[in-house]
Design a protein around this ligand. Structure first.
Ligand code: ADP
Length: 206
């Protein structure tokens, strides 16, 4: 620190409570847990079930969910390829702030394009701050679940650019974890993610 201007003081003050100190206080690391997969593949269900488990362990967590973000931060964006890319970029920046705050940020977004997910991975300083969880579920099953009735509407042609129907989903090639949500229960999937978090030293083993 060479300058004594007011702005450098501001920077110094902000840096006083560092990420490491927050993490030490929290008792776990900050990380982005990025759930990706088709609509209905189980991203939100898993993110919230995992958050419940982590919360009960005393961890600081936050779930950023697709629909919520689209009502606010990304309310001006549609579903063109460009808008999807911008959507993911903004969510990535938001999640990065949570990581700096020592929080486990769980994001549940289709995020269909590899390049956009990769860009978020590169946004964070260290590749261990980004854990990509692929909710692997066949389109037919997602369509049968049709949690929000969107597939039916997409099949009727009422929703343009719907992922899996009229817009592509690029399967992750190097996901940190693949959870097959049509083969395992929610609880089993949650345990798989928890095991990875323990293995990577994000949270302490129970
Ligand atoms: P997404 O967020 O990917 O659009 P949702 O979580 O909204 O998907 O919906 C997934 C649906 O699949 C829910 O109705 C959930 O109960 C069901 N489901 C069944 N098994 C699983 C599982 N193992 N993991 C996650 N969801 C599951």
């Amino acid at each position: 620190m060479t300058s004594t201007t007011e702005s450098s003081n501001t920077v110094w003050h902000r840096a006083t409570v560092t990420r490491r100190r927050r993490e030490r206080q929290n008792g776990h690391r900050g990380v982005i847990l990025w759930f990706t997969g088709l609509s209905g593949s189980g991203k939100s269900t898993l993110a919230h079930a995992l958050e419940e488990e982590l919360h009960q362990r005393g961890c600081r967590t936050f779930v950023c969910d697709g629909d919520n973000v689209r009502h606010g931060l990304c309310g001006d964006l549609g579903f063109s390829d460009e808008d999807r890319a911008e959507n993911v970029r903004r969510i990535g920046q938001m999640a990065k702030l949570f990581v700096e705050g020592g929080v486990i940020a769980l994001t549940a977004f289709i995020s269909p394009f590899r390049v956009d997910r990769q860009r978020v991975r590169m946004m964070v300083d260290n590749s261990k701050d980004f854990i990509e969880v692929f909710c692997d579920c066949p389109l037919e099953i997602c369509e049968q679940r049709d949690v929000k009735g969107l597939y039916q509407r997409a099949r009727r042609g009422e929703i343009p650019d719907f992922t899996g129907i009229s817009s592509p989903y690029e399967t992750p090639q190097n996901a940190d974890l693949i959870v097959k949500t049509s083969e395992y229960t929610v609880e089993q999937c949650v345990q798989k993610v928890l095991a990875l978090l323990e293995e990577r030293g994000v949270v302490a083993p129970k």
